[in-house]
Design a protein around this ligand. Structure first.
Ligand SMILES: C[C@H](O)[C@H](O)[C@@H](O)C(=O)CO
Ligand SMILES: [Mn+2]
Length: 418
């Protein structure tokens, strides 16, 4: 079946071998927080998630310790083809007697992530990082934009600590570390002052980025958002704020777009090329919003495919677009959710690499919009599945229709015992 598919794609000028080889070298960051509903290990895990994000569902088997989370990540890595990085949040610091025990987020050090470094080294993974500006008593509820200087200082110090940790991760693992700044700072109702919090937010990020780091190793990002639960009326780090912050700080900061963070009629697929006109590098959080920023599991749906196509045809796979997953579903088996989303993003990228973009562009430039319409639509029924299966085989990953049984077995033996 693969050989037949290979010929069909070749007839369109697409080299399936090249597409698979290219995809195997494109890192995608796997978010650690799908495994435990974004709880982490540094505060009381029974406390609710705050900062405008929410997991829904109470499916059994959530990882409760670093060891459980690592075991679950290992299962996901085994079930997914392609090149992976790990994406950690600061609240996943690991404290033990050997490293001096618990410290608050403003005092975090590289040593609190040593076990994660060992984990990544053993598996040949790079690692991305995120300061955690939510689910903490020092959210008042604002963080970097707070008018309270003590609060703001605490969170700035947290951000600076995270820069140092990101540099450590990059140096230890020999791959750049994307460090994403996202806060849920905002207001439920119409604010009396919109600019003040944004001025403070800017000054706070300026201070965080004044911490010395090598931009070849650490890639600080600012992630924008339109609204969150409990902060419906106003978000400090809006799209305009974040884009302009990154634009005003070249060589220090890059913009991050999460495709759940826009009005439901906006699409990030269209924003990717717009940003790549101006920014040498951009970062993405790939998720699936259902009516709001619900962070449903990524599917192989139209917009996911379109985003992947824009990355590929704009040359984003060569490192210009940093790709990370960001969703968390607690209503189904978490390992299955993690795996399905990662595999679907791989599928979307492979589908994009199998698109005859050059000839489609030529049709568009020649004004032959009829050909663009017909040819793009007919691509949908090409034997993509046969190439996907071959890609999984070559990566040593299970084929569609087989991996869920492995997850069920793992659930029976491991997850259900928790
Ligand atoms: C856990 C992440 O930092 C979080 O999901 C953030 O990236 C976001 O998208 C919040 O809505
Ligand atoms: Mn995000």
């Amino acid at each position: 079946m693969y050989n037949e598919a290979k010929e069909k794609y070749a007839a369109l000028g697409v080299d399936t071998e090249q597409a698979m080889a290219r995809l195997m070298k494109a890192p995608v960051s796997l978010h650690c927080w799908q495994g435990d509903d974004v709880r982490g290990f540094d505060t009381d895990p029974t406390k609710p998630l705050t900062g405008g994000i929410q997991t829904t569902g109470n499916y059994p088997g959530r990882a409760r310790t670093p060891e459980e989370l690592m075991a679950d990540i290992d299962m996901v890595l085994k079930l997914c083809p392609g090149m992976k990085k790990l994406n950690l949040h600061a609240n996943y610091a690991i404290f033990d007697d050997a490293n001096g025990g618990w410290v608050d987020r403003d005092k975090l050090e590289p040593k609190h992530f040593k076990k994660w470094v060992d984990f990544c080294k053993e598996r040949g993974l790079g690692c991305d990082f995120n300061p955690t500006f939510f689910s903490h008593p020092k959210c008042d509820p604002l963080t970097l934009s707070s008018p309270n200087e003590e609060t703001r200082r605490f969170w700035i110090d947290h951000g600076k600590a995270c820069i140092r940790i990101s540099q450590y991760l990059a140096e230890e693992l020999g791959q750049p570390c994307v460090m994403n700044i996202w806060t849920g700072d905002g207001f439920k109702d119409i604010p009396a002052d919109r600019m003040g919090p944004r001025m403070r937010y800017k000054e706070s990020i300026d201070e965080i980025l004044s911490e010395p780091f090598d931009f070849n190793k650490v890639k600080p990002c600012v992630e924008s958002k339109v609204f969150g639960i409990g902060v419906e009326a106003y978000t400090v780090g809006s799209a305009e704020f974040s884009l302009n912050y990154a634009a005003a700080n070249p060589g220090k900061c890059i913009p991050l777009m999460d495709n759940g963070h826009y009005h439901p009629t906006e699409v990030v697929s269209d924003k990717i090329p717009a940003l790549l006109v101006f920014f040498p590098e951009i970062a993405l959080h790939i998720t699936r919003p259902v009516r709001w920023d619900s962070d449903h599991v990524v599917l192989f749906d139209d917009e996911t495919r379109e985003m992947a196509k824009e990355i590929v045809r704009c040359g984003g796979l060569d490192g210009r677009v940093k790709m990370a997953l960001d969703y968390f579903d607690a209503s189904v088996n978490r390992v299955a959710a993690w795996t399905l989303g990662f595999r679907n993003w791989q599928k979307a990228l492979l589908n994009a690499l199998l698109t005859p973009s050059d000839s489609l562009k030529a049709d568009q430039d020649a004004g032959d919009f009829t050909a663009v319409l017909v040819r793009q639509d007919e691509l949908k029924t090409l034997p993509f599945g046969a190439v996907w299966d071959e890609y999984c085989r070559r990566c040593g990953a299970p084929l569609d229709g087989t991996w869920l049984d492995t997850v069920r077995q793992y659930e029976k033996e491991v997850l259900s015992q928790r």
